[in-house]
Each structure stands twice: as structure tokens, then as C-alpha cells.
Design a protein around this ligand. Structure first.
Ligand code: 48Y
Length: 349
């Protein structure tokens, strides 16, 4: 049995995480889900976004499934739960998969997840506030390797590396490391300057298979790229470390639609698929079921339909049940999907 920590968070985080667990349970009975609380309510009681003892417990688990939390910026000393988890669990790589579920293609965005302007290092005095944009050799090498291994696994010949090395010293350093590692591994680097790249990412996105960038650029680029998935509600992600990984949809807690039962669960469900891949279980079954479902099923309002969350979940589960044919035949029938949808062993426990 695998033990997976579940942090649903607030807003639609709760609904979509429940949906993801239901779908995962339809694929495997090898997971024990263990629930933990975190976020602003815990902070009000304990002064931290997640309790120390819970964090210690989570570190011993196989993986984490995360929903969404709101991070108000006007609560003094509050520190974002997800940023705390990324830091405490050393999750250095953030992989966001922008899927075109209707045409079977995707863009992988590899975002450095622990440094840059998110380093947490700063200087404050009465007249000046400085956030340090930290790029270390170790951090740059690890994330470059992650993107390059992903490219090799997918048989892609190149990665797109997005930076601002014309202005920022840190990116000049990062660039040197990316170029030399890629050359050694036989991967071409398509270099782009971040500001002009935004236009290309809007107009002509699909030629970029893997996009590598530092933390804040990766944050912004992945939200921008979400327009190509039709809704940010369908985009899954994995935050990978050396010991553990955390999976979350990239959408936020969407308080405006929370509790109405209309949240799109697909981003969370596909995050569940990435989690299964990480554990060496059958994540591709979920990917296939989702792709089959969206082509014919009723979708939630963000995708122009009028389905409820529960309709989408039930529809996807019935697609999973339809796939329950003899596993030996499966291998032959779905071999392409296995290659496309299953993440490489580098990203496995
Ligand atoms: O995961 C994200 O992309 C979010 O935008 C967070 C980030 O900046 O990485 C925001 C964190 C938060 O608001 O708690």
C-alpha cells in the first residue's frame, strides 16, 4: 500500500480534491489517503499554515495530493501554505502540463520551484525593500537536468529556455548551465527572451514542447499558456523533490464558485493521474478516460457546458470502467497512450 497525504485546502479545493480521489479509487486500491489540514484557519489557531507535527508526518508519506488555498496578502505574517510546502518538502521542480484534450497534444512547462524571487531572502528597512532573486549552481543544474531528461524521454530534440539574460545576471549564470548541460546530452536549446516570448506563447504555442524557466517567469508563463487548454481548470501539475512529490491543479481556490458544485474537477483529476504515474501505478488510464469523456460529455461552465462537478466525475469513471478489459489486450491497444501519457522514470519514486 502507498500512503498519500491529502490537503484539500479551501474554496473549490475541497470539491476538486474529493473528485480526484474518487477517480483515483476507481483505478487503484493500492492507496491509503490520509487527510491533513492547512491554510488560513490553521494559521489563525496555531500561527503557522500547517502544524509542525503534520509536516513531519507528511514527509514520511509517498506523495501529496493538494487542492487549492486562498492566500490573502493583508493578513500580517501569513505565509502561503503551498509555498511553505514547496520549501519544506524541497520540491525543486514544478511540471505543469498544458493539455489540448481534444487534439492530444501538450506543452510541458518546467518551472524552477524553490529559488529566484521566491527564495524567501530579503532585506527590509524604512526606505527600501529588497527581494533577492537567487539562482544557485545546484538549483540551476537540477532543474536543467529535469527538463533535459523529460525531453529525452519524450524523444524531443529540443527544449525552449525562457530567460532575461540580456538584463539579469542570474539568468546569465542559469543560461550557461542550461546550455552546457544540454549540449552534453545532445539536446538543442531554443532560447527566448521572456517579454517577447509572451507574444509567441499566445500566437504559436504548440511548437514549444518543453518550456524551461525560472520561478516567477514560470509562474506567469504557465498561467498565460493556460488559455490554450481552454480553461485553467483542466491543468494539472506536479511539484517534484528528491524524496517526495506533491500534485495539484494549477487553478486557485475560486471562492466565487465554491460550494456551488460547478468547479471543473479535471485539473485535480489529471493531477491524480500524475500522482499515480509517480507511484508507478496506471495514471494513463485516467488520461485516456478524461480525453474520451471531454470529446462527448457535458462539461462544466468554464468550458461552456452546464454540467456539475459530479457529472464530470461520474462520466470519467464510466469511461474508466469501459477500459476495464483484459490487461494483456490493453498493452497492445493503448501502447501509444502509455508512451505519451506516462511520465518517465525520473519522475517516479
Ligand atoms: O502555484 C502558483 O502558481 C501560485 O500562483 C502560487 C505561486 O506564486 O507560485 C501562489 C501562492 C499562493 O498564493 O499561495
Amino acid at each position: 500500500m502507498y500512503r498519500v497525504a491529502v490537503i484539500k485546502g479551501d474554496g473549490i479545493g475541497v470539491e476538486v480534491t474529493n473528485a480526484a480521489m474518487e477517480v483515483m479509487r476507481a483505478v487503484t486500491d493500492k492507496i491509503d489517503f490520509v487527510e491533513f489540514e492547512g491554510g488560513i484557519e490553521i494559521f489563525k489557531k496555531f500561527g503557522v499554515p500547517i502544524k509542525e507535527e503534520d509536516l513531519e508526518e507528511i514527509k514520511k508519506m509517498d506523495a501529496v495530493l493538494f487542492g487549492a488555498t486562498s492566500t490573502p496578502f493583508n493578513v500580517p505574517n501569513y505565509k502561503s501554505l503551498i509555498l511553505t510546502l514547496r520549501k519544506e518538502l524541497n520540491l525543486y521542480a514544478n511540471l505543469r502540463i498544458i493539455p489540448d484534450l481534444w487534439r492530444d497534444r501538450e506543452i510541458y512547462i518546467v518551472r524552477e520551484n524553490s529559488e529566484g524571487l521566491y527564495s524567501g531572502e530579503y532585506e527590509v528597512d524604512n526606505s527600501r525593500v529588497v527581494d533577492f532573486r537567487v539562482i544557485t549552481r545546484e538549483g540551476a543544474e537540477k532543474i536543467a537536468r529535469f527538463a533535459i531528461e523529460l525531453a529525452k524521454d519524450r524523444n524531443f530534440k529540443e527544449i525552449t529556455f525562457v530567460h532575461k539574460a540580456n538584463v539579469l545576471r542570474g539568468d546569465r549564470f542559469f543560461r550557461k548551465i542550461v546550455l552546457s548541460l544540454a549540449e552534453r546530452e545532445g539536446i538543442k536549446v531554443n532560447e527566448k527572451i521572456v517579454d517577447s516570448f509572451t507574444i509567441e506563447l499566445v500566437r504559436n504555442p504548440w511548437q514549444h514542447k518543453i518550456i524551461l524557466s525560472e520561478n516567477l517567469f514560470g509562474d506567469i508563463l504557465s498561467d498565460l499558456a493556460s488559455i490554450h487548454a481552454k480553461s485553467i481548470g483542466v491543468i494539472p501539475s506536479g511539484n517534484y523533490g528528491e524524496e517526495i512529490a506533491l500534485f495539484e491543479p494549477i487553478h486557485g481556490s475560486a471562492p466565487d464558485i465554491a460550494g456551488k458544485g460547478i468547479a471543473n474537477p479535471i485539473g485535480a483529476i489529471l493531477s491524480g493521474a500524475m500522482l499515480l504515474d509517480y507511484l508507478g501505478l496506471d495514471g494513463w488510464v485516467i488520461w485516456n478516460a478524461v480525453k474520451n469523456y471531454v470529446k462527448k460529455g457535458n462539461l462544466t461552465p468554464d468550458l461552456g457546458g452546464n454540467a456539475m462537478t459530479v457529472d464530470v466525475v461520474n462520466g470519467i469513471i464510466s469511461e474508466i470502467d469501459d477500459q476495464e478489459i483484459d490487461p494483456i489486450e490493453w498493452d497492445e491497444l493503448w501502447v501509444d497512450e502509455i508512451r505519451i501519457n506516462t511520465l518517465p522514470t525520473l519522475f517516479m519514486k
